[in-house]
Design a protein around this ligand. Structure first.
Ligand code: GTP
Ligand code: MG
Length: 195
């Protein structure tokens, strides 16, 4: 995918702030600190368009990025951040749920998991939630650079088995450090973009 333009549009906390129009949206989901914002930056060839942090909980709102004036990436706050209070977690759940369930522009969710570890309970819940509501999913197993190449397949197998991935869903091996899987991720994303 040739990136002609990529700009940050809005940090949205409620429906009224989501962009108007019918352009397709691709959302990023995953545990806090898994690398969602880094994934966006890597795909867009931008170092710091989406803010990243070594501290979990960096992204707290639905952050919209407008690409090639034709579609949006939506960076979603991560789940499973231990320091989050119960109230904050409930507010998070409501915001995410209402976005995922009530947004016809949403074409697909990129569900990021950490290749190093078996997917967490929350990862499994998210995957099942998406399947239940028939939201198309691309699973991206990231931080592959932190695992020796010879172990990639073994770890991928654990990811697929733990999530009980539908064999029709793509699972992309990825690294924001090295760019591994970038082209494959774009190929999968492009299937959800009209022209
Ligand atoms: P929240 O916004 O808190 O939900 O986190 P996030 O999922 O957006 O994670 P973010 O992209 O901010 O990355 C978290 C940390 O992991 C940062 O220190 C990144 O540099 C690092 N990181 C992300 N992707 C990779 C990767 O593929 N390889 C390595 N080695 N580090 C990565
Ligand atoms: Mg983030």
């Amino acid at each position: 995918m040739k990136i002609k333009s990529a700009e940050f549009i809005i940090s949205a906390v409620s429906k009224a702030q989501y962009p108007e129009g019918n352009l397709p949206e691709i959302a990023l989901a995953g545990r806090s600190n898994v690398g969602k914002s880094s994934f966006i930056n890597k795909l867009l060839n931008r170092r710091n368009l989406a803010r990243t942090s070594s501290k979990p909980g960096k992204t707290q709102t639905l952050n919209y990025y407008f690409i090639n004036e034709s579609f949006y990436f939506v960076d979603v706050p991560g789940y499973g951040y231990a320091k989050t209070s119960k109230t904050e977690r409930a507010a998070w759940g409501k915001m995410i749920e209402s976005y995922l369930m009530g947004r016809p522009q949403l074409q697909c969710v990129i569900s990021l998991v950490d290749l190093r570890h078996p997917p967490s309970k929350d990862d499994v819940l998210m995957y099942n939630f998406l399947k239940h509501y028939e939201i198309p999913v691309i699973v991206v197993a990231t931080k592959a650079d932190k695992i020796p190449r010879g172990k990639w397949q073994k770890h991928l197998k654990v990811v697929k088995e733990t999530l009980d991935v539908d064999p029709r869903d793509p699972v992309v091996l990825f690294s924001s450090e090295t760019g591994l899987g970038k082209e494959e991720a774009w190929q999968e994303i492009q299937k959800f973009l009209h022209d």
